[in-house]
Design a protein around this ligand. Sequence first.
Ligand code: ADP
Ligand code: ASP
Ligand code: MG
Length: 424
Amino acid sequence: MALIVHKYGGTSMGSTERIRSVAQRVAKWVHAGHQMVVVPSAMSGETNRLLGLAKELMPNATTPEAMRELDAIAATGEQVSVGLLALALQAQGVSAVSYGGWQVPLETDSAFTKARITRIDDRRVRADLAAGRVVIITGFQGIDAEGNVTTLGRGGSDTSAVAVAAALKAAECLIYTDVDGVYTTDPRIVPEARRLSTISFEEMLEMASLGSKVLQIRSVEFAGKYRVPTRVLSSFTPHDIPIDEEAVSGTLITFEEDEKMEQAVVAGIAFNRDEAKISVIGVPDRPGIAYALLGPVAEANIDVDVIIQNVSHDGRTDFSFTVHRNDYARTMELLKAKILPAVGAADVRGDARICKVSIVGIGMKSHVGVAARMFQTLSSEGINIQMITTSEIKTSVVLDEKYMELAVRALHKAFGLEEPKAAG
Ligand code: ADP
Ligand code: ASP
Ligand code: MG
């Protein structure tokens, strides 16, 4: 008997029929003798619907008091789904109880719409488990020190599940979704993408942070920090498949660099359209200029990602960087109103039609020429690279967004990701 956490995403919880199937799957695990905690998302489309209603009344809800209400609204999606799942289990004769994050309580800081989990009180959950109940906890949300409901950011149910698994020292956290694991890239963009049976924690962290929305990045951080055995698998297999088969399906995140593991130079390709590029033109090229431009941006709590400074001509240079698209308008305003006059730059230009495409793999640590192959592949497709950034295990390029799918497909092919990898 083990304590297991299951997480079911929006599509997996998308209708009462799907919820019944989730309940049947969970019941199978209960009947096999396991203690079960289940963390569901809202029914698919529900969080978007709720935030859409909010937007009709306030298109730009950016003040703390408005963001508090956004969280109160968005959190209701999961509150419905936990109750429905508890009923579906009870209807099958399985004792189950549902809790909102605030009832556990799952405590967070007060950063509305992107709160961080600070502590999980496991007493209530443990008492229910000891009494033989399945415990169902809302994904995506918690409560801050002042008693406000908070949410963890889009896709945050993954993080709730892994954090709950860490707090309860669960034997495993199974993330059930609408694909049967983590693929070399999003199978919706490249149908030839291949499922990885394992992926190293470091690679999964990069894939998630660079845009693979299959797992929210903070869930991967929790998995790493607390060494939670975490597996991504499908909720669309027949609910009565043998448990032994189900338990080894999907993709396992691994923490050891194992010789026998799939070792490719590039494990996967991530991409996103979440950023916008800003170029400051004609900046005086003198010491301290990067700080003069980006210091006030950081003070406004805006994260800067890729940065590039051009060679200077006649004592002036161009300076470009990317920010999240949600922060684009705010950053442009800040630059125009305050920063440009202060540094004496000539102009600022913005481009929100960019994408970032990244190759990720721990094998890149020990192989040279990987980035060059990436640049060559893009060049032979006639794709212009606007910015480049690298780390030990990834290379990212910023491109015109119209080339995103072409770039991902070409790179997937160039790095042989469709081919089965040789063992050893
Ligand atoms: P859930 O609602 O279950 O949380 P998500 O939509 O958040 O599901 O995540 C699953 C989706 O992630 C898949 O349908 C797939 O399109 C997308 N995805 C992006 N990159 C990958 C990848 N590398 N491997 C698998 N799925 C990916
Ligand atoms: N329901 C939330 C969202 O749509 C959280 C999640 O599904 O993980 O973002
Ligand atoms: Mg998700």
